[in-house]
Ligand binder design. Structure first.
Ligand SMILES: [Ca+2]
Ligand SMILES: [Ca+2]
Ligand SMILES: [Ca+2]
Ligand SMILES: [Ca+2]
Length: 477
């Protein structure tokens, strides 16, 4: 640089000139005092011979975000006794994670006459690995899209059984941020996080689970876990999420994930007795009933078994209990289909009981005809017939003893008949009707008689005598 023109001998005429300066390497977060940046100015050589107000003075400035350069003034005395004053620039560099990268800074030195020189300072800020921090978990209800963020350790979240969720681990690793002086470049382009998930499970089902609980797993690179807890997973998972960075520095986060039970209906509802296609041979009988059912989340004590046995077109009979019986009867004179229905109700949720039914069909025999039922009131009718027959016979016997004899139109007494026989009523035959078990009902005996007629059972009558009811009485000679 050319000196300025001067009019006096002590006027400052020369610009400052920077000395060469080596590139600087610094490390993130470590304060570094760089070598002093020096500029020489020939005018300093004469500074002790000029007035203070006219002394040369250098000013340093920079455009760098990594440091503020300061002027440092030192004086040295030469062996010849001359005092030399020196003004240099001091760089104290404190670079942080976001400063990682290569910096090119321009430093300017300006003398008191406004003359300048510039130099380039190259600084490389080297990264130091930072641990993953600020870990949290976003939980998304896959059905509704609702997101809940858990950021406080040991927080408990509750979801219903059968609710699909996505657990996403969010973490801050400073090495994944972008550089201040290169916004599209990561602080550490090679940084990569890996997630892991382990969980302890405590079942809270009221019954023994059907199988082992399925635990959530995590995609280690995506840091995502898709999880749909079912009935077996009713309980609380204590979930520990671990995040490791490339340098295997890790951080952990723990929270509780509770799965609330949703009442499942009974299943495998079966009728064990009666068997399929049962055939009841008696029209009235006791039917043994036995059912079975399982329930994945309800104790047996909260299951009720209700039975309904229905005869086709007829009555229904009810009973309750897992094993029980019911008295049923077919009131029809034909075989009927019988339907046995079992209803199992799960009362675990009193407001919304779950109900499952099963049916079984079979048949029941017809009620027998009335005439066969000799134990019924018809027997009395037969006995009355016997009495009536005896009464009519006795009446006829008594009329025979009248002097004029019985009227021809009077019907002869009914009795055993194997064919037309002559019967001599004139004979005083002793016949004890009360000792005869003769079944008049089998002879088509006319039961229209006057029950008020009295007869004498002590009258003697010969039962061996055959008579022809068609004969006119008394028998014609
Ligand atoms: Ca870093
Ligand atoms: Ca890191
Ligand atoms: Ca359940
Ligand atoms: Ca249930």
């Amino acid at each position: 640089m050319l000196p300025r023109c001067s009019t006096t001998s002590n006027q400052l005429m020369f610009p400052p000139v920077f000395q060469s300066y080596a590139d600087i390497n610094v490390t993130q977060d470590i304060s570094f005092t760089a070598p002093q940046l020096k500029a020489t100015d020939p005018d300093f050589a004469v500074d002790d011979r000029v007035l203070e107000s006219q002394k040369e003075s250098l000013i340093y400035s920079d455009d760098c975000a990594l440091f503020d350069i300061q002027r440092i003034e030192t004086t040295t005395v030469t062996p010849q006794g001359q005092t030399i004053r020196e003004q240099s620039g001091r760089l104290v560099i404190l670079a942080h994670n976001e400063h990682v990268g290569d910096w090119t800074c321009t430093v300017t030195v300006t003398d008191s006459g406004g003359l300048t020189d510039t130099t380039t300072v190259r600084i490389r800020v080297n990264n130091v690995n930072d641990s993953p921090t600020g870990i949290r978990v976003n939980i998304t209800d896959t059905l509704t899209g609702a997101v809940r963020t858990v950021s406080v350790p040991d927080t408990k979240v509750i979801y219903d059984e059968d609710t699909p969720v996505t657990l996403q681990v969010i973490v801050d690793d400073p090495d994944l941020r972008f550089r201040l002086n290169a916004p599209s470049t990561r602080v550490d382009p090679a940084e990569h996080l890996t997630c892991g998930l382990i969980s302890a499970f405590q079942s809270e089902l009221d019954v023994t689970p059907e199988g082992a609980a399925e635990k959530p797993t995590m995609d280690p690179d995506l840091c995502i876990s898709e999880f749909t807890p079912t009935n077996n997973e009713v309980g609380t998972f204590t979930v520990t999420v671990t995040v490791r960075d490339n340098a295997q520095t890790q951080t952990q986060f723990r929270f509780k994930f509770q799965v609330a039970n949703v009442n499942d209906p009974p299943k495998d509802v079966r009728i064990l007795s009666p068997a399929t296609g049962f055939n009841l041979l008696a029209p009235t009988q006791t039917l043994q009933l036995q059912g079975s059912a399982t329930d994945v989340d309800t104790p047996d004590t909260l299951l009720t078994f209700t039975w309904t046995v229905t005869i086709q077109g007829g009555r229904s009979f009810t009973a309750s209990g897992k094993t029980t019986s019911v008295q049923i009867g077919n009131e029809f004179d034909s075989d009927r289909t019988v339907t046995v229905s079992l209803k199992v109700i799960d009362l675990a949720d009193a407001t919304a009981p779950k109900e499952v039914s099963a049916n079984q069909t079979g048949s029941i025999a017809a009620k027998p005809p009335e005439s066969i039922n000799i134990l019924s009131g018809s027997m009395l009718f037969v006995l009355l017939g016997v009495v009536a027959a005896a009464g009519v016979g006795a009446l006829l016997f008594m009329r025979r003893r009248k002097p004029k004899g019985p009227e021809p139109s009077a019907a002869p007494p009914q009795g055993p008949a194997t064919g037309p026989q002559q019967y001599d009523y004139s004979q005083q035959q002793g016949y004890d009707y009360s000792q005869q078990g003769y079944d008049y009902s089998q002879q088509g005996y006319d039961q229209q008689y006057d029950p008020n007629q009295q007869y004498d059972p002590n009258q003697q009558y010969d039962p061996n005598q055959q008579y022809d009811p068609n004969q006119q009485y008394p028998p014609q000679p």
